[in-house]
Design a binder for this molecule. Structure first.
Ligand SMILES: C[S@@+](CC[C@H](N)C(=O)[O-])C[C@H]1O[C@@H](n2cnc3c(N)ncnc32)[C@H](O)[C@@H]1O
Length: 223
């Protein structure tokens, strides 16, 4: 198995955030939202959801649209990313229920046990210490909170990573192809994530492979 090659934690240059915000992540973001909808089909009508490392905010806005009684907090450490997120929000019909805020995790000043659902897509592979995400999930969720985390899965080799780039990002701008490649090499494997969950006392959450390049963790925090 290829060794993990970390990438910079924050992706917040103007060029990177613009390319990322304008990229078409419909397939991955739909995979995320559809899985959440099917897995948590008995959510109450009202609640608070936190999206950790929300980036340009597409998933948070989709969640607010899908759950009209819910308020969504998008948390991210990148100021430029949040600028993009707020631009998209201003053009949406859910602006009053979505709040994008600057937060660098771990952030002990965030209220403990305040969110009934905690979600995160593609944050984990940016973190030098992966426990930061799992500890934040445990800290921020209410008892019994719905949790869903998805990320890329590290391929066996660099050539396998390159094949995925050629398959899924053939026509993407160079900056995005490079970002995708680096992200695949920085991603954690399902075995590594299972160990992280165990270490965080979150082994009641289950991990599954949901595409040729994504794993997904879901379940509920203890009551
Ligand atoms: C690959 S982007 C994913 C964005 C979004 N969740 C999506 O699915 O498109 C990763 C995001 O995590 C943010 N990030 C990285 N480290 C962070 C930390 N310690 N605390 C909060 N956000 C962080 C970055 O600023 C970036 O916006």
């Amino acid at each position: 198995m290829m060794k993990r090659r970390p990438e910079p934690e924050l992706m917040d240059s103007e060029a990177q955030t613009l390319a990322y915000a304008e990229a078409d992540f419909d397939e991955a973001n739909s995979l995320f939202v559809d899985n959440f909808r099917h897995r948590f089909n008995k959510l109450p009508g009202n609640g608070r959801m936190a999206d950790l490392g929300c980036g340009p905010g597409d998933i948070a806005i989709r969640m607010a649209t899908l759950y009209p009684g819910w308020n969504i907090s998008g948390l991210d450490a990148g100021e430029n990313m949040l600028k993009r997120a707020n631009e998209s929000l201003a053009n949406s019909a859910v602006a009053s229920r979505v709040d994008f805020r600057l937060a660098y995790l771990p952030d002990p000043s965030l209220p403990a046990g305040a969110w009934h659902a905690v979600i995160s897509n593609s944050l984990l592979h940016h973190l030098p210490d992966p426990q930061v995400l799992w500890d934040s999930v445990a800290h921020l969720g209410t008892a019994g909170a719905a949790v869903q985390v998805m990320d890329l899965m590290r391929p066996e080799s660099e050539s396998e990573a390159q094949q995925l780039i050629d398959l899924y990002a053939a026509d993407a701008p160079d900056i995005l192809r490079e970002d995708f490649y680096n992200s695949l090499l920085a991603a954690y494997t399902t075995v590594e994530v299972s160990d992280q969950l165990m270490k965080a006392g979150l082994d009641r959450l289950k991990i599954e492979t949901v595409s040729d390049r994504h794993w997904l963790v879901s379940g509920r925090l203890a009551n």
